[in-house]
Design a protein. Structure first.
Length: 147
């Protein structure tokens, strides 16, 4: 019996660009734009009882009209929400070692409103006051989630 298991490859992230986008065109004239997004996860360190940030840097590539808009609208520090799929890429580094990397191929990039540092600090402080537990959302402990 050949049973086909369901497969899904959907990714959503929100963060800020770590550098200005790099844009170019393929030989056939298709626009391509790549950039990296820094995504922060804030948590309370149980040992020091201090709030800390865990930052993940995620490479993103956009194609066609999405790439054109990204090239025109984004710059280092721009806040974005990206939806797409994960794609792996193999390459050989300068020393001849084969490597693999993951990136997001965007099918939607939403440009988010810029928030001033004062507004961000106020938002962060209000989130700290209302947070139920580190790593939790609405009182659900992330460590207890079965997936």
């Amino acid at each position: 019996m050949n049973i086909k298991l369901p497969e899904q490859n959907i990714v959503m992230i929100a963060g800020r660009l770590t550098r200005d986008p790099n844009s170019s065109y393929t030989q056939k004239g298709t626009a391509v734009c790549s950039f990296d997004v820094a995504v922060n996860r804030r948590y309370l360190d149980k040992v020091s009882n201090e709030w800390k940030d865990d930052v993940t840097y995620i490479p993103v590539v956009a194609w066609g009209s999405i790439a054109e808009r990204c090239k025109d609208k984004l710059k280092k520090g721009s806040p974005v929400h990206v939806e797409g799929r994960l794609a792996s890429e193999e390459y050989t580094d300068k020393s001849g070692v084969k490597r693999k990397t993951l990136k997001i191929v965007a099918n939607r990039v939403q440009f988010l409103a810029t928030v001033s540092r004062e507004e961000k600090q106020s938002i962060d402080e209000s989130l700290e006051e209302t947070s139920a537990e580190p790593g939790s959302v609405s009182g659900i402990n992330e460590e207890e989630t079965p997936f």
